[in-house]
Design a protein around this ligand. Structure first.
Ligand SMILES: Cc1ncc(COP(=O)(O)O)c(C=O)c1O
Length: 398
C-alpha cells in the first residue's frame, strides 16, 4: 500500500473532463466584470461573488496600486510581529464602526477569520450550536478547536429551523457557556437567517450569537451593513464575521465584537499569529470599497433591485428559486447529472454559473447557483433569462 494510492484511484473528475461536462477550475482569460473571456469567448458571468462589481473600479485599482508603491507587495510577516501596518489598524477601526461593534480584527482570508475566531473561543468546556448548512470554514474552526483542546462540543440544528434550534437549546445544561453560529445570508441558496427568532432564543437560553455575514455586508440593508441592518438588530449580535473576497473586492476577512473579546482573539488565534498578514494592496482595496459603499449606497440598491428582478423573473418562468431573497439566486434542479448537463449547455450558450451538488447542498437538491453584480446591465440579465428559458424548456425542467 502506498499513501498515493487514493490519488491514482480518483478518476471521477477525469471522466467528467473527457465527457466535456467538467465545470471546475476553468481559467478566466480576461475579466471585464459582468463579462469575462473564457475559452477565447465572451461569457456573461453570473457565478461571481463580486457583488458590487468593484474589482475593476478604477478608484479601487488606483488605491491598490498606490499602496503597493508606498508599502510594497507583502508585509512579510504575521500581524503579531512585523506584519502590522498603520493601514491594518485604520481599516479595523473603520470596519468596527461600519458594523457597529467596539473593535475589529483582520485576518488574511475569510476562511482564516472563522478558523481563528471560533477555534480560539471554543474550548472543551464550551459548546457551539451551528446551523447544519453553515459555511465549511465554520465547521473547520470547530474541528480545529477539537484538535487543540482535545475535544469540542458541537450541536447542529436543521437549516434555519428555529423550532429545531429551540429543541437543541432546551436540552442543554443552562450554565454551559455556549454560542450559536449562523451564516447571515446562506451562501448556496441566498436565504436569510431568521435573526429575530434566533436572538430571542439566544436571550432565553443565555447563548452568545455569532453571524458570518460574508454574503450580507455590502449586499443587504439600506446602507449595505448586512444582516444586522436588514433586521435592525445590532446589540444582540455579539460577533460579526465577514470576508473581503466578495463585496469588498479583495482578499481577507475580519471579526468584530466587544473590545475584550477581540483583544483575546488577537493574542490566541493561531491562523492570525502563524500566518502572514493581509498585503498592503488588499487592505487599501477594502478601505476604498468601504468608502464607496458609504458614499454611494445606490450601488447597493442597484444590486438589491437586480436580485429581486431575477428572483421574480425566474419564478415567472417556472424555476424553483428556493427561499432566496438576495442577489444569490439558486435554480434548484435536484439531480446531479441534470445539473451538470444544464451547466454545460448554459456555458456553451455563453453564460458562466456555478453547479452545486452534495455535500455543499443536501443530496437531491443540486442546483445552479447564480449570483449578480451591481454592474450587470439589464441587457445581460435579459440574455441570461432567455438562455435559462430555452434550456429549461429543452431539458423539461420548466
Ligand atoms: C459564508 C462564508 N464564510 C466564509 C467564507 C470564506 O471566505 P474566503 O473565501 O475569504 O476565505 C466564505 C467564502 O466562500 C463564505 O461563503
Amino acid at each position: 500500500m502506498d499513501i498515493f494510492d487514493k490519488c491514482l484511484k480518483f478518476t471521477r473528475a477525469k471522466e467528467a473532463m473527457e465527457m466535456g461536462i467538467y465545470p471546475y477550475f476553468k481559467p478566466i482569460q480576461e475579466n471585464h466584470g459582468p463579462r469575462v473571456i473564457m475559452d477565447g469567448k465572451e461569457i456573461i458571468m453570473i457565478g461571481s461573488n463580486n457583488y458590487l462589481g468593484l474589482t475593476k473600479d478604477p478608484r479601487v485599482q488606483e488605491a491598490a496600486i498606490k499602496a503597493i508603491e508606498k508599502y510594497g507587495t507583502s508585509c512579510s510577516g504575521s500581524r503579531f510581529l512585523n506584519g502590522t501596518l498603520e493601514l491594518h489598524e485604520e481599516l479595523e477601526e473603520k470596519l468596527a464602526a461600519f458594523v457597529k461593534k467596539e473593535s475589529a480584527l483582520c485576518f488574511s482570508t475569510g476562511y482564516q477569520s472563522n478558523l481563528g475566531a471560533i477555534s480560539t473561543l471554543l474550548t472543551k468546556d464550551d459548546l457551539i450550536i451551528t446551523d447544519k448548512t453553515n459555511h465549511a470554514s465554520i465547521f473547520d474552526g470547530i474541528f480545529l478547536s477539537a484538535g487543540l483542546h482535545m475535544g469540542a462540543n458541537i450541536k447542529r440544528y436543521k437549516h434555519n429551523d428555529m423550532d429545531d434550534l429551540e429543541r437543541v437549546l432546551s436540552k442543554l445544561e443552562s450554565d454551559i457557556p455556549k454560542m450559536i453560529i449562523t451564516d447571515g445570508v446562506f451562501s448556496m441558496e441566498g436565504d436569510l437567517v431568521n435573526l429575530p427568532r434566533l436572538v430571542e432564543l439566544a436571550g432565553k437560553y443565555r447563548a452568545r450569537v455569532y453571524v458570518d455575514d460574508a454574503h450580507g455586508l455590502g449586499v443587504e440593508g439600506e446602507t449595505g451593513r448586512g444582516t444586522q441592518e436588514y433586521y435592525n438588530i445590532w446589540d444582540e449580535v455579539d460577533l460579526v464575521m465577514c470576508t473581503f473576497s466578495k463585496s469588498f473586492a479583495s482578499l481577507g476577512g475580519f471579526i468584530a465584537g466587544k473590545s475584550e473579546v477581540i483583544h483575546y482573539i488577537k493574542h490566541f488565534a493561531r491562523p492570525l499569529i502563524f500566518s502572514a498578514s493581509m498585503p498592503p494592496a488588499n487592505i487599501a482595496t477594502v478601505l476604498k470599497t468601504l468608502e464607496i459603499i458609504q458614499k454611494e449606497p445606490q450601488i447597493v440598491h442597484r444590486l438589491q433591485k437586480i436580485g429581486q428582478k431575477m428572483i421574480r423573473e425566474f419564478q415567472a418562468l417556472g424555476f424553483n428559486t428556493g427561499e432566496s431573497k438576495t442577489p444569490i439566486v439558486p435554480i434548484i434542479i435536484g439531480n446531479d447529472d441534470k445539473t451538470f448537463q444544464f451547466w454545460a449547455i448554459l456555458f456553451q450558450n455563453g453564460v458562466y454559473s456555478n453547479p452545486v451538488i452534495s455535500p455543499a447542498v443536501p443530496p437531491d437538491r443540486a442546483l445552479i447557483r447564480t449570483s449578480y453584480m451591481a454592474t450587470h446591465e439589464d441587457r445581460d440579465l435579459d440574455i441570461v433569462l432567455d438562455k435559462f428559458k430555452k434550456i429549461g424548456k429543452e431539458m423539461g425542467i420548466i
